[in-house]
Design a protein around this ligand. Structure first.
Ligand code: PSV
Ligand code: MN
Ligand code: MN
Length: 388
């Protein structure tokens, strides 16, 4: 098995993008509980995200969601982020909170509504030009609730047509990533329900169109690491939205529900060349903190990803390949489990200190008094968008 020293340099290149909406208040359709200190502006969300990077060194960029993070001057927002020590990352479009989109947006049968949805995405690309963002992430809340309600085939054709128009405006250094989700808010059919549909749609666009895999968007029991392997094999895994779930799209802290699944995913990411500074795969979080403190919740999340990455990097791939070749089922499984069962926390603490970071980022953040300060200073925090 490789030693921690063998993998130390690889850990140094890890970057996990934070979602601005994780810092806003969020909840379920039953209730949104406010948390003291919740940001009231996009700038305050970015300031909180910068705290995560300050204590962990893991989160240099922040994803924004339009219109949740709408401002008059995006170049100024970019400047503000830089002053805080972070950069703006992925721009997320939003076609799920406008009455016009009740029966679809990019798939809508009414051309006027479809054009409005396309125009929103073109505006997002203008914003990307100003923020210096690389990725436009599209998640569509489109589908139908009842058999017979919609012509699924026509909607798929219109979706491709709409994406072609958006993709035509994507710059040379920019990318379009299309996220899939198997249900919700539609309950009968969803227009981009699975990786295969996303893959078919983006493959027809071109090289700079990729798939986004949100770990909470599959049916229970789905072998997500198989999908990771396949998309990497096809060269189309663009990004992850990491979170964890017990039942549906719970958006809980990544690695909280099933750390072993996170480990298995990261093993395939590394196996498929999806890890490291030259990899096209963007690591992002897509989470909500309904009852816990948000900045601390994000710190927990990036540390969980780091911990499982370290364990996945420690996997003895040579020994595993030999056991696999010999069809030694139990030996192969034991080698896999050895890496998963390795406690890397003491070495990670030392590794952080050797890089000028606190050994225990969570403790350092809690001791800093930041949470108390924002709780005292900020009144009337923002909704994240969900449950608003
Ligand atoms: C949809 O469930 C989703 O995962 C998409 O990524 C949205 O942009 C995000 O949630 C908003 O929280
Ligand atoms: Mn997502
Ligand atoms: Mn989701």
């Amino acid at each position: 098995m490789p030693t921690f020293d063998d993998i130390a340099d690889q850990l140094a290149t890890q970057a996990i993008e934070l979602p601005s909406w994780a810092f806003g208040n969020s909840g379920t359709r039953f209730k949104v509980f406010g948390t003291p200190g919740t940001p009231r502006t996009p700038q305050e969300k970015i300031a909180d995200a910068a705290q995560v990077n300050r204590y962990t060194g893991l989160a240099p960029t922040v994803a924004i969601h339009i219109p949740w993070d709408k401002v008059d001057d995006y170049a100024a927002l970019r400047e503000f982020a830089a002053e805080q020590g972070v950069a703006l990352g992925t721009v997320n479009s939003n076609t799920f909170q406008d009455d016009d989109y009740k029966f679809g947006a990019l798939t809508h049968a009414d051309d006027a509504i479809r054009r409005k949805a396309i125009a929103h995405h073109l505006e997002c690309i203008d914003i990307m030009d100003a923020t210096g963002s690389r990725d436009l992430k599209i998640w569509l809340a489109e589908g139908s609730n009842y058999p017979g309600q919609a012509d699924m085939r026509g909607r798929q054709d219109r979706l491709q047509d709409s994406l072609q128009e958006i993709y035509a405006r994507i710059g040379d250094k920019q990318r379009l990533v299309l996220e899939y989700k198997f249900f919700e808010p539609s309950f009968y059919h969803t227009d981009v329900p699975d990786w295969g549909t996303s893959y078919a749609q983006v493959s027809a666009l071109g090289e700079r169109a990729m798939v986004c895999l949100d770990t909470g968007h599959h049916a229970p029991g789905t072998n997500i690491e198989f999908i990771v392997m396949q998309l990497l094999r096809l060269g189309k895994l663009g990004s992850f939205d990491f979170n964890s779930r017990f039942y549906a799209d719970d958006d809980l802290i990544v690695g909280a529900a099933d750390p072993f699944q996170l480990f298995r995913i990261l093993v395939e990411v590394i196996r498929g060349g999806g890890y490291g500074p030259d990899s096209p795969v963007a690591f992002m979080l897509d989470q909500c903190h309904n009852v816990e403190d948000k900045t601390a919740g994000q710190i927990r999340s990036v540390l969980n990803v780091q911990e499982m990455t370290a364990r996945a990097l420690l996997l003895d791939r040579e020994a595993l390949a030999q056991a696999q070749a010999a069809n030694d089922v139990l030996a192969a499984n034991a080698i896999f489990m050895d890496a998963f069962s390795t406690d890397v926390r003491p070495q990670l603490a030392q590794w952080r200190e050797s890089r000028g970071l606190p050994a225990d980022p969570m403790r350092a953040f809690l001791d800093s008094g930041y949470q108390e300060t924002i709780a005292a200073e900020r009144v009337g925090g923002q909704q994240a968008g969900w449950g608003a």
